[in-house]
Ligand binder design. Structure first.
Ligand SMILES: [Fe+2]
Ligand SMILES: [Fe+2]
Length: 242
Protein backbone atom coordinates (compact mmCIF):
# COMPACT_ATOMS: atom_id res chain seq x y z
CA UNK A 1 0.00 0.00 0.00
CA UNK A 2 1.07 3.56 -0.58
CA UNK A 3 -0.59 6.96 -0.36
CA UNK A 4 -1.08 8.88 -3.62
CA UNK A 5 -1.12 12.67 -3.60
CA UNK A 6 -3.11 14.79 -6.08
CA UNK A 7 -4.14 18.46 -6.06
CA UNK A 8 -7.80 18.16 -7.12
CA UNK A 9 -8.67 21.88 -6.87
CA UNK A 10 -6.58 24.98 -6.19
CA UNK A 11 -4.96 24.41 -2.81
CA UNK A 12 -6.96 21.27 -2.12
CA UNK A 13 -4.91 18.08 -1.92
CA UNK A 14 -6.22 14.50 -1.93
CA UNK A 15 -4.28 11.74 -0.19
CA UNK A 16 -5.48 8.33 -1.30
CA UNK A 17 -4.56 5.00 0.26
CA UNK A 18 -5.79 1.96 -1.67
CA UNK A 19 -6.56 -1.18 0.33
CA UNK A 20 -7.00 -4.11 -2.11
CA UNK A 21 -8.33 -6.63 0.42
CA UNK A 22 -11.43 -4.56 1.27
CA UNK A 23 -14.33 -5.24 -1.12
CA UNK A 24 -12.27 -7.49 -3.44
CA UNK A 25 -11.68 -7.78 -6.30
CA UNK A 26 -12.13 -4.02 -6.84
CA UNK A 27 -10.61 -2.92 -3.52
CA UNK A 28 -11.38 0.30 -1.66
CA UNK A 29 -9.70 3.68 -1.22
CA UNK A 30 -9.47 5.78 1.92
CA UNK A 31 -9.00 9.44 1.05
CA UNK A 32 -8.04 12.45 3.12
CA UNK A 33 -8.18 16.08 2.01
CA UNK A 34 -5.86 18.91 2.96
CA UNK A 35 -7.34 22.38 2.47
CA UNK A 36 -4.50 24.86 2.25
CA UNK A 37 -4.78 28.36 3.69
CA UNK A 38 -3.24 30.48 6.41
CA UNK A 39 -4.65 27.87 8.82
CA UNK A 40 -4.65 24.57 6.86
CA UNK A 41 -7.31 21.98 7.62
CA UNK A 42 -7.13 18.22 7.19
CA UNK A 43 -10.47 16.46 6.59
CA UNK A 44 -10.53 12.75 7.56
CA UNK A 45 -7.85 11.60 9.94
CA UNK A 46 -7.72 7.96 8.88
CA UNK A 47 -7.08 4.71 10.70
CA UNK A 48 -4.37 4.42 13.33
CA UNK A 49 -2.87 1.53 11.34
CA UNK A 50 -2.29 3.65 8.23
CA UNK A 51 -1.22 6.77 10.16
CA UNK A 52 2.53 6.32 9.42
CA UNK A 53 1.76 6.40 5.68
CA UNK A 54 -0.71 9.25 5.77
CA UNK A 55 1.33 11.48 8.04
CA UNK A 56 4.36 10.96 5.81
CA UNK A 57 2.29 11.90 2.75
CA UNK A 58 0.77 15.02 4.34
CA UNK A 59 4.15 16.20 5.59
CA UNK A 60 5.43 16.11 1.99
CA UNK A 61 2.92 18.90 1.23
CA UNK A 62 2.82 20.79 4.53
CA UNK A 63 5.14 20.98 7.56
CA UNK A 64 3.10 19.44 10.37
CA UNK A 65 3.61 22.40 12.69
CA UNK A 66 1.61 24.50 10.17
CA UNK A 67 -1.38 22.16 10.29
CA UNK A 68 -4.02 24.12 12.25
CA UNK A 69 -7.30 22.22 11.99
CA UNK A 70 -8.24 18.55 12.05
CA UNK A 71 -11.73 17.42 11.17
CA UNK A 72 -13.82 14.51 9.92
CA UNK A 73 -17.40 13.65 9.10
CA UNK A 74 -18.43 11.35 11.92
CA UNK A 75 -17.00 9.12 14.63
CA UNK A 76 -15.71 5.95 12.95
CA UNK A 77 -12.20 4.46 12.73
CA UNK A 78 -11.49 5.51 9.14
CA UNK A 79 -12.72 9.05 9.88
CA UNK A 80 -10.94 9.70 13.15
CA UNK A 81 -9.15 6.60 14.48
CA UNK A 82 -5.83 8.45 14.36
CA UNK A 83 -7.08 11.68 15.98
CA UNK A 84 -4.68 11.51 18.90
CA UNK A 85 -1.76 10.53 16.67
CA UNK A 86 -2.45 13.69 14.63
CA UNK A 87 -2.76 15.84 17.76
CA UNK A 88 0.62 14.52 18.90
CA UNK A 89 2.32 14.98 15.52
CA UNK A 90 0.83 18.42 14.79
CA UNK A 91 1.42 20.48 17.94
CA UNK A 92 -0.57 23.53 16.73
CA UNK A 93 -3.59 21.60 15.50
CA UNK A 94 -7.05 21.50 17.05
CA UNK A 95 -9.97 19.27 16.21
CA UNK A 96 -12.98 21.16 14.90
CA UNK A 97 -16.43 19.59 14.69
CA UNK A 98 -20.09 20.19 15.37
CA UNK A 99 -21.57 20.45 18.84
CA UNK A 100 -22.98 16.90 18.88
CA UNK A 101 -19.67 15.38 17.77
CA UNK A 102 -17.74 17.31 20.40
CA UNK A 103 -20.08 16.84 23.33
CA UNK A 104 -21.05 13.21 22.68
CA UNK A 105 -17.69 11.73 21.69
CA UNK A 106 -14.70 13.93 20.89
CA UNK A 107 -14.48 15.64 24.28
CA UNK A 108 -13.92 12.20 25.80
CA UNK A 109 -11.88 10.56 23.04
CA UNK A 110 -9.45 13.34 22.09
CA UNK A 111 -6.32 14.35 23.98
CA UNK A 112 -7.09 18.06 23.45
CA UNK A 113 -10.45 19.87 23.51
CA UNK A 114 -12.24 20.48 20.20
CA UNK A 115 -13.39 23.77 18.71
CA UNK A 116 -17.10 23.55 17.95
CA UNK A 117 -19.04 24.93 14.99
CA UNK A 118 -22.74 25.63 14.72
CA UNK A 119 -24.67 24.26 11.78
CA UNK A 120 -23.99 26.53 8.76
CA UNK A 121 -21.13 28.33 10.52
CA UNK A 122 -18.14 29.27 8.34
CA UNK A 123 -14.59 28.52 9.45
CA UNK A 124 -12.43 31.10 7.67
CA UNK A 125 -8.96 29.57 7.41
CA UNK A 126 -7.44 32.47 5.46
CA UNK A 127 -7.80 32.06 1.71
CA UNK A 128 -10.41 29.31 2.05
CA UNK A 129 -13.84 29.32 3.67
CA UNK A 130 -15.20 26.09 5.10
CA UNK A 131 -18.94 26.05 5.82
CA UNK A 132 -19.87 23.32 8.30
CA UNK A 133 -23.15 21.62 7.56
CA UNK A 134 -24.63 19.28 10.15
CA UNK A 135 -26.16 16.22 8.45
CA UNK A 136 -27.42 14.09 11.37
CA UNK A 137 -27.55 10.37 10.41
CA UNK A 138 -26.53 11.16 6.80
CA UNK A 139 -24.82 8.99 5.74
CA UNK A 140 -24.66 7.64 9.30
CA UNK A 141 -23.98 8.83 12.82
CA UNK A 142 -25.87 11.34 14.95
CA UNK A 143 -22.87 13.69 14.87
CA UNK A 144 -22.45 13.52 11.08
CA UNK A 145 -21.43 16.71 9.31
CA UNK A 146 -19.53 17.83 6.24
CA UNK A 147 -17.84 20.95 4.89
CA UNK A 148 -18.42 23.04 1.79
CA UNK A 149 -15.31 24.93 0.71
CA UNK A 150 -16.74 28.06 -0.82
CA UNK A 151 -13.81 29.46 -2.83
CA UNK A 152 -13.39 26.27 -4.89
CA UNK A 153 -17.06 25.17 -4.64
CA UNK A 154 -15.94 21.82 -3.27
CA UNK A 155 -18.16 19.67 -1.09
CA UNK A 156 -16.03 17.54 1.24
CA UNK A 157 -18.75 14.95 1.27
CA UNK A 158 -17.23 12.12 3.29
CA UNK A 159 -18.91 8.76 2.76
CA UNK A 160 -21.54 10.12 0.37
CA UNK A 161 -21.07 8.57 -3.10
CA UNK A 162 -18.58 6.04 -1.66
CA UNK A 163 -17.58 3.52 -4.30
CA UNK A 164 -15.10 0.69 -4.69
CA UNK A 165 -12.05 0.52 -6.95
CA UNK A 166 -8.87 2.54 -7.40
CA UNK A 167 -9.93 4.96 -10.11
CA UNK A 168 -8.42 8.31 -11.05
CA UNK A 169 -8.19 11.06 -8.44
CA UNK A 170 -10.89 13.00 -10.28
CA UNK A 171 -13.56 11.77 -12.68
CA UNK A 172 -16.30 13.38 -14.72
CA UNK A 173 -18.04 10.02 -15.13
CA UNK A 174 -21.23 9.05 -13.32
CA UNK A 175 -20.73 8.62 -9.58
CA UNK A 176 -24.33 7.83 -8.65
CA UNK A 177 -24.40 4.36 -10.25
CA UNK A 178 -21.13 3.23 -8.60
CA UNK A 179 -22.32 4.68 -5.28
CA UNK A 180 -25.58 2.74 -5.39
CA UNK A 181 -23.76 -0.48 -6.39
CA UNK A 182 -21.51 -0.01 -3.34
CA UNK A 183 -24.55 0.74 -1.15
CA UNK A 184 -26.00 -2.59 -2.29
CA UNK A 185 -22.72 -4.24 -1.22
CA UNK A 186 -22.20 -2.55 2.15
CA UNK A 187 -25.60 -1.20 3.23
CA UNK A 188 -23.67 1.49 5.08
CA UNK A 189 -26.16 4.37 4.87
CA UNK A 190 -28.67 5.05 7.64
CA UNK A 191 -31.75 5.55 5.53
CA UNK A 192 -34.33 7.72 7.26
CA UNK A 193 -37.22 10.00 6.32
CA UNK A 194 -34.71 12.89 6.46
CA UNK A 195 -32.11 11.38 4.10
CA UNK A 196 -33.52 12.74 0.86
CA UNK A 197 -34.22 16.19 2.31
CA UNK A 198 -30.66 16.44 3.69
CA UNK A 199 -29.16 15.55 0.31
CA UNK A 200 -31.43 17.99 -1.54
CA UNK A 201 -30.39 20.74 0.87
CA UNK A 202 -26.73 20.00 0.06
CA UNK A 203 -27.63 20.06 -3.64
CA UNK A 204 -28.67 23.72 -3.37
CA UNK A 205 -24.97 24.53 -2.88
CA UNK A 206 -24.46 23.32 -6.50
CA UNK A 207 -20.89 22.14 -5.81
CA UNK A 208 -18.49 21.98 -8.77
CA UNK A 209 -16.43 19.24 -7.13
CA UNK A 210 -17.44 16.42 -4.82
CA UNK A 211 -14.44 15.30 -2.74
CA UNK A 212 -15.20 11.69 -1.81
CA UNK A 213 -13.69 9.78 1.08
CA UNK A 214 -13.92 6.52 -0.86
CA UNK A 215 -13.42 6.53 -4.62
CA UNK A 216 -12.68 9.13 -7.26
CA UNK A 217 -13.65 12.72 -6.63
CA UNK A 218 -16.29 14.02 -9.05
CA UNK A 219 -15.95 17.16 -11.12
CA UNK A 220 -19.20 18.32 -12.70
CA UNK A 221 -22.75 19.23 -11.70
CA UNK A 222 -22.61 18.15 -8.06
CA UNK A 223 -26.11 19.42 -7.31
CA UNK A 224 -27.57 17.15 -9.97
CA UNK A 225 -25.62 14.17 -8.62
CA UNK A 226 -26.88 14.89 -5.08
CA UNK A 227 -30.50 15.12 -6.24
CA UNK A 228 -30.11 11.85 -8.16
CA UNK A 229 -28.63 10.21 -5.05
CA UNK A 230 -31.57 11.51 -2.98
CA UNK A 231 -34.03 10.01 -5.46
CA UNK A 232 -32.24 6.66 -5.37
CA UNK A 233 -32.23 6.56 -1.55
CA UNK A 234 -35.91 7.53 -1.47
CA UNK A 235 -36.49 4.59 -3.80
CA UNK A 236 -34.73 2.22 -1.38
CA UNK A 237 -36.89 3.48 1.50
CA UNK A 238 -40.08 3.09 -0.52
CA UNK A 239 -39.05 -0.44 -1.51
CA UNK A 240 -38.31 -1.34 2.13
CA UNK A 241 -41.71 -0.06 3.21
CA UNK A 242 -43.35 -2.23 0.56
FE1 LIG B 1 -18.64 6.32 7.75
FE1 LIG C 1 -15.64 6.34 5.34
Amino acid sequence: MDTRIDEIAAGLFRFSTFVPHIAPPAGFTFNQFLVMGEEPLLFHLGHRKTFPMTVAAVSRVLPLEKLRWLSFGHVEADECGAMNEWLAAAPNAEIVHGMIGARVSIDDMADRPARTLEDDEVLDIGGKRLRFIATPHVPHGWEAGIFFEETTSTLLCGDLFAHTGDGPAVTEADVVGPAMATEDLFGSSSLSPATGATLRKLATLEPATLALMHGSSFMGPGGTALRQLADRYDGLIRAALG
